[in-house]
Design a protein around this ligand. Sequence first.
Ligand code: AMP
Ligand code: MG
Length: 406
Amino acid sequence: MLTVKTPDEVLEIIKTAFLPVPDRTETVPYTEAAGRVLAEDIRATEYVPAFNRSTVDGFAVKAKDTFGCSDSIPAILMNTKEILMGQAAGLVLTEGQCAPIPTGGEVPEGADAVQMVEFTEDYKDGTTGILKPVAPGHNIILKGDDVYPGKPVLTAGRKLTAQDVGALAAMGIMKVPVARRLKVAILSTGDELVPPEQTPGPGQIRDVNSSLLSALITQMGAVPVFYGIIPDQEELLSRHVEKAVQECDVILLSGGSSVGVKDAACRIIESQGEILFHGIAMKPGKPTIFGKAGSRPVIGLPGHPVAAFFITHIFIRKLLARLSGQTLREFKVTALLSESVEANHGRAQYNGVFLEEKDGHLTAHPIRGKSGLITTLAGSDGYFCIPRDCEGFPAGTAVSVTLYEL
Ligand code: AMP
Ligand code: MG
């Protein structure tokens, strides 16, 4: 019997039935942290910048010395020695003085503003004319303006990006606590499957899901572990699943998840622990099984590659995030449907789309074709969902497209 859940119920079960893995933190050099999930909040330990810096090439001044000046009545200030990059200012500015300073140079004590070189005039006699007044603080980034010791900079759960790595470098944080990469077992079952590099014989097809799922799992930041193409032999399959349960954090079993005689996934998962549910009220992807062996998720995915893809993108991604402590962020765009899409299954329907940007707005071209053919998904950008109680959307409907970008 299928105990069918709605997609929302499945998301709730992912939250309640699974906990973050206990031994999930490891430390990596900051240079290897991009793409990893931050395991603890990062706070600054230093001032950035560590000294008051000029943001322009120009002259450090006392702002009040420039008040009232103009092109016709410049403020004439005495030059001090030049401030050099990478060195302490080494002087204290007094009234009536200005110090030539480069972008990024240390603003000397006594100065409270910098005027851009474009608004100055060099009189070549040791004095400089300031042609435009500056307010205190102008063109200066103050010590600690970016961050100061104790300031929260990055929040645990975030997947670190290139700009985060840049911030870590700026703060001198060389070691980063991250969630270890989860190991995800992939088993593909079906008497008709041959490895992709083999030419299929009569009645045979290439195994798509092993490579499709491996690529998705890798994109999600976990490590796929392939256990091979296994024939529809319950005992053999069972032994492979048992091994995978011992070696991996998550087990994905592709194929055999329906209720046919040869469909053993349900019995096998049950023999490893428990079934949480069998069936999701969605299209594609209905014959999906969520189970548990101890605390480890064991998932029976539909063999249809498109269905396996949607289930993995929508639910397995959330499951991996739950286990590794990642805060997931989903990026959606609004686009106008180029043609009508029907739905009348009483199940939420997920449709892939190609996005096209034209005349200042996004158009979503829905994918046509049978759900079993992965080639129809190739090159697509994302998907939208037609709720279960809706008969479809007419052309021109504004749909919310979730991007496949992970
Ligand atoms: P199943 O879930 O085993 O009932 O399979 C459903 C459909 O998906 C059948 O047409 C299978 O031939 C096909 N299928 C199953 N596994 C794969 C796979 N790994 N790659 C490509 N097609 C598959
Ligand atoms: Mg099968």
